[in-house]
Design a protein around this ligand. Structure first.
Ligand SMILES: C[S@@+](CC[C@H](N)C(=O)[O-])C[C@H]1O[C@@H](n2cnc3c(N)ncnc32)[C@H](O)[C@@H]1O
Length: 280
């Protein structure tokens, strides 16, 4: 059997009892930590599970599905995913590959940032399409995520912005070489995300700027959701560009234009801005 097991968001003990029992009895257990991170080293997980783990890095997850699924028809193999397995688009592919190979599979769910984001007080059923904000570089500055935020704002829906994680990215110089060298891992902060959004907003004409988003629009920065060190801050978009929420992972929420009074009351604990009569 092939098991896709969610680890939750915080620390090793967030795995479910069901997940832990499966992990203990599997022949091979792979750990995927490039679409998200747990905030503890692999050794800590191994000590808690009482068994070794095989690290499934980006190359193995994206190109090595056959290797991971090998033998899963006869013995138990698991792939551990931080959050919920369906909280990242990458893992549905594993299910399709298992089906194709006639390997039986089971998914063990856990908390995901997709639902834990409700901890800021904005109601989950008022969120529109989630966006991913990629790191910009000198030559590549995609801004299609802004169009989705715009549509959500026009439809009075909140937007969850998931922020880029760069792990095992080859250095530009080694791209053409057989032996790749890798850049240090990078995790986008709420300040960096807010800065990229501000850059787009600043380019819009005055009418668009005032009706969709402007520097005074509110946003919610969240760091390390589900960890003991979780932080949530509500700020204006401009001030969020200067807000340091510490270690990764971070997410940013752009609230809908109209916020329910209960949402306002909840958000108020994360800011000194008087939200009751705030109108941006
Ligand atoms: C591919 S997504 C989430 C994948 C994961 N499978 C899940 O279900 O939560 C990764 C992004 O989600 C956000 N994220 C994940 N865990 C987070 C956390 N604990 N706190 C804040 N943001 C988080 C970050 O923006 C991160 O770059």
């Amino acid at each position: 059997m092939f098991y896709l097991i969610g680890l939750g968001l915080g620390d090793p003990t967030d795995i479910t009892v069901k997940g832990l029992e499966i992990v203990k009895r599997c022949a091979r257990v792979y750990l995927e930590m490039y679409t998200s991170i747990l905030g503890c080293p692999q050794e800590e997980l191994e000590a808690f599970y009482g068994r070794p783990l095989l690290l499934a890095d980006r190359d193995l997850v994206e190109q090595g599905a056959d290797e991971i699924l090998a033998g899963a028809g006869e013995e138990d193999v698991a792939l551990l995913v931080v959050g919920d397995p369906f909280g990242a688009t990458t893992h549905t592919d594993f299910i399709l590959r298992a089906k194709e190979k006639k390997v039986p599979y089971k998914v063990i769910h856990n908390a995901s940032i997709m639902n834990a984001i409700g901890c800021c007080g904005l109601q989950l059923y008022k969120f529109g399409e989630t966006v991913s904000i990629p790191y910009w570089d000198e030559t590549w500055k995609p801004d299609s995520f802004y169009d989705k935020i715009r549509l959500n704002r026009l439809n009075n829906m909140h937007t969850l912005c998931l922020l880029d994680i760069k792990v095992k990215e080859p250095t530009p110089e080694s791209l053409t070489r057989r032996r790749k060298e890798y850049q240090p891992p990078r995790f986008m902060t709420v300040a960096e995300a807010a800065q990229q959004i501000m850059t787009i907003v600043d380019k819009k004409d005055a009418l668009e700027r005032n009706t969709i988003l402007n520097e005074m629009s509110l946003c919610v920065g969240l760091a390390r959701v589900g960890h003991d060190s979780q932080r949530i801050v509500v700020n204006t978009l401009r001030k969020m560009t200067q807000t340091d929420l510490g270690a990764p992972l971070h997410s940013l929420v752009i609230p809908a234009k109209e916020i329910h009074p209960l949402e306002t009351e909840f958000l108020q604990q994360y800011t000194t801005i008087k939200l009751e009569d705030y109108n941006h």
